[in-house]
Design a protein around this ligand. Structure first.
Ligand code: SAM
Length: 231
């Protein structure tokens, strides 16, 4: 069954020109059933009742249950990642979405390869997250949050800091009692004072193995290790 994002799940859902165009591209006709999801965790089955130039109407099928493949992790995962040069963040956002994150917090750090991100680039990263979530049949579309200086970062639950040379492994620490924030540094790494600051705020340092991974590889290795536990 095709999946379609709607702004809100309701008994009757009117679609605007852009969503209608998407249905037309898929050649969907009245009578077709679709899985609808709001990107915030809710999903349902709906029947397409009208599709016309620039507008379409869906009705909720209350007798059917939506069965998306993409179960969400037991607790939300935030990936806090330093700004990276060029298009590397696009690849990280796409793969991190496939691997189950719920938020991506961009960070400005002492050795970050960029100090800011343009509005257009942020819009593009959000679109990439939305497309990847649909592809992976996720119920949640990860939010890509505007960059904040590392010093302003706070988190709820557990913070795990990818830091070369650490002894602890992520799989030893996972307990899913609280939300998880994963911190991954830029190509130049976190500075010593940043590491001290994060540890002071309760972040636990973890290894990703004895090899140094590139800044765009490390967060995916970390998320891959978590995904491989079967969550
Ligand atoms: N010389 C830098 C250092 O020692 O931190 C290397 C930085 S590495 C290219 C970029 C980021 O990836 C690091 O800040 C860290 O968050 C993560 N990372 C890379 N390899 C890692 C490993 N083996 N264990 C833990 N984290 C790693």
């Amino acid at each position: 069954m095709r999946r379609l994002q709607v702004s809100e799940i309701a008994p009757e859902m009117r679609l605007g020109p852009q969503e209608t165009r998407h249905l037309q591209v898929l050649r969907l006709r009245p009578g077709e059933r679709l899985q609808v999801f709001d990107g915030r965790g809710a999903e349902a089955v709906a029947v397409l009742t009208e599709v016309d130039a620039g507008h379409a109407l869906l009705h909720l099928d209350t007798g059917a249950e939506a069965h998306s493949r993409g179960a969400e992790t037991p607790q939300p995962i935030t990936l806090a990642i330093a700004l990276l040069k060029g298009d590397k963040l696009a690849d990280v956002v796409r793969a991190a979405t496939e691997l189950g994150v719920s938020h991506i917090q961009l960070l400005v750090t002492a050795h970050a390869e960029a100090r800011d991100i343009g509005a257009q680039k942020l819009v593009r990263l959000r679109r990439i997250a939305s497309e990847a979530a649909r592809q992976s049949e996720r119920r949640v579309i990860p939010e890509v949050l505007e960059p904040v200086p590392l010093g302003q970062l706070t988190w709820e639950g557990r913070g795990l800091l990818a830091h070369p040379g650490s002894a602890a492994r992520v799989t030893d620490l996972l307990d899913w009692q609280t939300p998880l924030t994963l911190l991954s540094g830029p190509e130049g790494g976190f500075s010593e004072s940043e590491v001290a600051l994060l540890r002071g705020r309760g972040a636990e340092a973890i290894t990703l193995g004895p090899r140094i991974l590139r800044a765009e590889t490390a967060p995916l290795a970390l998320l891959g290790a978590i995904a491989a536990t079967g969550v």
